[in-house]
Write a protein that binds this ligand. Sequence first.
Ligand code: GLA
Length: 382
Amino acid sequence: MNQNLTQRVRSSFIEEFSTQPLMVWAPGRINIIGEHTDYNMGFVLPAAIDRGIVLALERSETEECTLVATDVKESVSFKLSGNGYEFVKGWQGYFLGILKELHKSGIKITPFNLLFSGDIPAGAGLSSSAAIENAFIFSLNALFGLELSPMEMVRISHSAEQEYVGVQCGIMDQFASMFGKENHAIFLDCHSLKSELIPLNQHEYEWLLIDTSVKHSLADSAYNQRRKSCEAVALELGTDSLREVTKEKLEQIRTLIPGKDFQKALFVLEENERVIKAVEALRKSDFKSLGRLMYESHQGLQLQYEVSCEELDFLVEITHGQDCVLGSRMMGGGFGGCTLNLIKREDCNSFLKTASNEYEKRFGKAFTSFTVNLSEGCKLIL
Ligand code: GLA
């Protein structure tokens, strides 16, 4: 967690509202492997990171709530409404989504003021939205003594994202941001919601993120379409989700479904297998095998699931033949965002020099990059 960020949020809040706030940290996440498997009730292996959202909250002395987003220098004031709120796009939507969910569950709160800021690059696919949602519900829970369990808070954040933000996402991001632990990945079964913390001391390796800064405008609709394709295959097999489907069963309906849907469903089954293998590899600190699985995952996302893009493929491609990179793949929903690279720490800078030259030569623009550490999930900042 970034101490400067915490200081900045605390003093900005005091300046704005002249009172000491309750402070909350909610991290972003990486996903080591298990992409597009969460909404198919499969396995994922995410981890919370040391970049996230710091949010300050206190009761309001007036009838109005004021929300301040310092990073975009915007604020909004409104009265809590029994009948819901106008739908708004952008950052305000996350807050109103949570408030609507609380209203639906009959949970009462009184007016509050809040201010937040973060150090997650926007649009990089590191789940800044889940971090904002979690930070908000976590802080409301603490301030108003709502007695929600962490899992209940995850469900509220997830519903807010699905219902009001518009992406039919799975539960991975909100879960990882809530339950992360320093130096651990989370092996999560999205069907049973059982999870296990897997220790991950990567010693001489780093998790390096390279951000293409690309976000294709069709990303959200393409995401929802992928979900529909998978659900259609499951329906064809008379099951609720691909989780219950085996490769043999899928093969039996191969000729009855569009070839592209077959490939997408096959990818999901194979990606689930890769997550299990990745956990086995981590238990043995076998980073070479983990890296190989990451490359396989990328290939599947590129060719079978078709959610990659030129920039991401290029970034993965240029790691081939670089001995210092054990694994590389696109991460998150796709169509832009970051690649996640498992790289030898001592070679990170020299690799980045070569990679950025090649990227600039090819696309005429620079990328940004940063390393992350695996961090704790949502918590009160005392
Ligand atoms: C986005 C969604 C997640 C997950 C990933 C793909 O990050 O928010 O729920 O589906 O894409 O694995």
